[in-house]
Design a protein around this ligand. Structure first.
Ligand code: G3P
Length: 222
């Protein structure tokens, strides 16, 4: 199970990389809009100096030629760039043409197993169903993760299922149990996964007992 950071914030990426648990990064235009002072290209180049794992860069063009132009440009930034393409008829065409050129793609905005199957057949390396946005509209996002992961394994397809739009730590556990190869998480959820009240309380207690024991020993020695 690989864990990616879903962010364009360089400091967040540096932090999780230091923990030794970062397998890749996904960005999108909305995440880029939350940053300031750097172009999208500059951010992508910087991220690729921090991680060797796949770094998704999303196209915004709505026609295949435009998607190909943007994607080819991103692919030149670093070897680990993966071009993120939204699911659509045009998106499928772009994905299959990128595949023919040897450029890896991440098909985004997947909401059904059938969309994921089409993206895999077109040649996408990563398939990104949006779990949280399905839950938001009273559907079961995890069903799509389970169905698509089963299809991929049953038919021995090479694409990987990337569980996206993760809203809480339970989504990560459930994605892993449902067979997702990867989950991409906001920084806050990485932090939430680290902490547990009993862990934090235990650390404080061990430290207090250690200090108490040392003081008692010093007092006994006079
Ligand atoms: O990578 C994009 C995806 O994770 C979006 O998440 O929270 O905007 O639905 P969200």
């Amino acid at each position: 199970m690989k864990l990616f950071l879903d962010t364009a914030d360089i400091e967040e990426i540096r932090t999780v990389a230091r923990w030794g648990v970062l397998d890749g990064v996904t960005t999108n235009p909305s995440l880029f809009a939350r940053t300031s002072g750097m172009t999208y290209d500059e951010i992508l180049a910087e991220i690729c100096t921090i991680t060797d794992g796949p770094v998704s860069a999303e196209v915004v063009a709505e026609d295949a030629e435009g998607m190909l132009k943007e994607g080819r440009h991103f692919a030149k930034i670093a070897d680990n760039i993966v071009v993120k393409v939204p699911m659509s008829e045009t998106g499928l065409e772009a994905i299959s043409r990128f595949a023919a050129e040897g450029i890896s793609t991440n098909c985004t905005l997947i909401f059904t197993a059938n969309q994921g199957l089409l993206a895999a057949k077109a040649g996408a390396s990563l398939l990104s169903p949006f779990v949280g946005r399905l839950d938001d509209i009273n559907e079961e996002g995890m069903v799509v993760i389970r169905e698509l992961s089963d299809i991929i394994r049953f038919h021995e397809i090479e694409s990987e299922v990337l569980s996206a739009s993760i809203r809480h730590p339970r989504h990560v556990t459930d994605s892993a149990l449902a067979g997702a190869h990867i989950a991409t998480l906001p920084f806050k959820i990485f932090q939430q996964m680290v902490h547990h009240p009993l862990t934090d309380k235990g650390i404080t207690q061990f430290r207090a007992d250690w200090d108490k024991a040392r003081k008692a020993l010093e007092a006994a020695k006079g």
